[in-house]
Design a protein around this ligand. Structure first.
Ligand code: ATP
Length: 287
């Protein structure tokens, strides 16, 4: 496991934000964390990155105890925050030099990592331009490039596609996939965009009121999303995948007819991720 969390408790005064939360995140996976506003996503990511303390519970990250091995964990992880975390008056290259030096990178190692980060985020041709002159998409990519400098084993991305056009969004999602596939990086991805989470993530969790309401693999979600159940006249059941090609569906119905059976009832697929999200977190507006 990349991350193991047991009975994590976090309060702000009397407000319990993480309520004895249990969660395991697989190594090498892209893990999507969904939740309505105020659910506790940023609080959870902030605790995992030592930005705020916890009140109780145990966290193990890549085999290291959160309470004892802060330095080791920090060297293995990187957080790309939702807000831009760079100096606007510096160029992309200068920003990467600065943040690379904070990781202790020097000389050839620093240059190599800067080129790697620029290449991954396709920022080479903008490297000498000041960050403040960048479009929203380029700024998001620079934020991510900074997060890649230390070759993290775990990369946290907090809503990295907010406020950008579909092209940049598509590019960023593919960078994340590439990183996961080529480097085996575990990615923890928070977003309000269900389609992104469905496209990108292997495992998906929905957090609300400080608890994990659902934690499933994408396969399980897709299965529940596309499988309808036919209830047949002999009381047996047959599942059909609505995304199967037309011929396969026709074959199923021919088979039923050949057995002189008929369909008494059809149970439709449970729901899309968005419907599942709304049914688990209810529909009332959050603060
Ligand atoms: N520093 C703080 N002091 C007091 N309460 C806080 C503080 N930070 C967050 N909270 C409260 O904790 C709860 C969880 O907030 P958090 O920012 O973790 O949620 P979130 O799921 O990240 O929300 P969003 O989707 O809006 O970013 C909210 O009720 C919020 O008001």
């Amino acid at each position: 496991m990349a991350i193991q969390i047991t009975h994590l408790l976090k309060r702000y005064d009397k407000n319990v934000v993480l309520d004895h939360l249990d969660l395991d995140i697989k190594q090498g996976s892209i893990f999507g964390l969904l939740g309505p506003n105020g659910a506790g996503k940023t609080t959870l990511v902030s605790i995992l990155n030592f930005l705020i303390p916890k009140d109780a519970g145990k966290i193990t990250i890549l085999g290291h105890d959160w309470d004892k091995n802060q330095k080791e964990i920090k060297s293995l992880c990187s957080l790309v925050p939702q807000s831009y975390a760079f100096y606007p008056s510096l160029s992309a290259y200068e920003n990467l030099e600065f943040f690379g030096a904070l990781h202790g990178l020097k000389h050839k190692d620093l240059t190599r990592q800067i080129h790697y980060a620029l290449e991954m985020t396709a920022l080479e041709k903008y490297r000498y331009k000041r960050a403040e002159s960048f479009s929203g998409g380029l700024k998001r990519r620079l934020n991510i490039a900074i997060g890649l400098l230390n070759n993290p084993k775990i990369l946290y991305l907090d809503e990295p596609t907010v406020g950008i056009d579909p092209q940049s969004r598509h590019y960023i999602l593919n960078v994340i996939k590439k990183l996961n596939q080529s480097e085996g990086t575990t990615v923890i991805y928070t977003s309000h965009y269900m389609d992104e989470i469905e496209y990108l993530c292997d495992d998906i969790a929905i957090l609300d009121h400080g608890k994990i309401m659902l934690h499933q693999s994408k396969e399980e979600l897709i299965k529940s999303d596309h499988i309808a159940t036919l209830h047949l006249s002999d009381e047996s059941q047959k599942e059909i995948n609505l995304y199967e090609d037309y011929d396969a569906l026709v074959d199923t119905f021919c088979e039923i007819k050949e057995k002189s059976l008929h369909v008494k009832e059809i149970t439709l697929p449970k729901s899309s991720l968005e419907n599942l999200f709304l049914s688990l977190t209810k529909k009332e507006l959050r603060d």
